[in-house]
Ligand binder design. Structure first.
Ligand SMILES: Nc1ncnc2c1ncn2[C@@H]1O[C@H](COP(=O)(O)OP(=O)(O)O)[C@@H](O)[C@H]1O
Ligand SMILES: [Mg+2]
Length: 217
């Protein structure tokens, strides 16, 4: 292998009541940003769950940093999840009873990450960092979960509509922040979005349609 893939998916298929998609393959290298678009219900979130180890593929394989997730010991998988994967999903999964800062500290402690003051300023959450997350707006909570993920310093970011609660300008600023992070950390991002403008900011764009993942950029 010339250049190690951060992620490689081979011939993935998935069905619930009916087949959602089949034979999906994808390679992801350091510094790359990849967007997945498609109609609601096309299976974007399910595919992201498969790629990020939240679901185990029944058909096909997912390799993270060269290792097949099916062959990994539980402990190794937990270690990779804790240290190397950053998940920003629609439901924020923030610890509700705690302040924004305490939520970031969890990442800092568990993954030996770094809370970057400048990042908080860029995300415009430095002024509300001591407030409980339940007191924050949807948009602020979303930015706290983005800060939390970046604090972890993951090698792979999986984001499902991470900017869904943000206005256009803030959303595109957040995208720039992600790109800067990927570049500085040799990391990669797979982003699911219905927003074509945000998708086309990424290096590659794929559309999930008619059970296939087709590259459109
Ligand atoms: N855990 C599940 N059990 C059964 N059906 C599911 C489950 N998760 C998703 N689905 C169905 O699979 C389809 C694709 O869902 P999803 O991956 O969330 O699509 P998207 O993110 O593109 O909107 C939908 O029809 C949804 O109802
Ligand atoms: Mg979805």
């Amino acid at each position: 292998m010339l250049l190690m893939n951060l992620l490689s998916a081979k011939n993935l298929s998935h069905s619930f009541e009916y087949e959602l998609f089949s034979d999906v393959s994808l390679e992801v290298h350091p510094k790359e940003s990849i967007a997945i678009v498609g109609m609601s219900g096309s299976g974007k979130s399910t595919l992201l769950h498969l790629l990020s180890t939240l679901l185990t593929p029944k058909k096909g394989d997912v390799f993270l940093f060269g290792e097949n997730i099916k062959a990994m010991k539980k402990k190794r998988l937990a270690e990779i999840k804790r240290n190397d994967l950053g998940l920003v999903f629609q439901s924020h999964y923030l610890f509700k009873g705690f302040s924004a800062l305490e939520n970031l500290e969890v990442s800092q402690i568990l993954s030996q990450g770094v809370i970057d003051k400048e990042l908080l300023v860029k995300l415009d959450i430095e002024h509300c960092i001591h407030q409980k997350v339940t007191e924050l707006s949807g948009g602020q909570q979303q930015r706290v979960s983005i800060a939390r993920v970046l604090t972890k310093q993951p090698r792979l970011i999986f984001a499902d509509e991470p900017t869904g609660n943000l206005d256009t300008k803030t959303a595109s600023d957040v995208m720039e922040l992600f790109f800067e992070y990927l570049d500085h950390n040799n990391a990669a991002m797979i982003l699911v979005t219905h927003d074509e403008t945000l998708a086309y900011m990424c290096d590659r764009v794929y559309k999930l349609e008619n059970k296939e993942l087709v590259q459109v950029k």
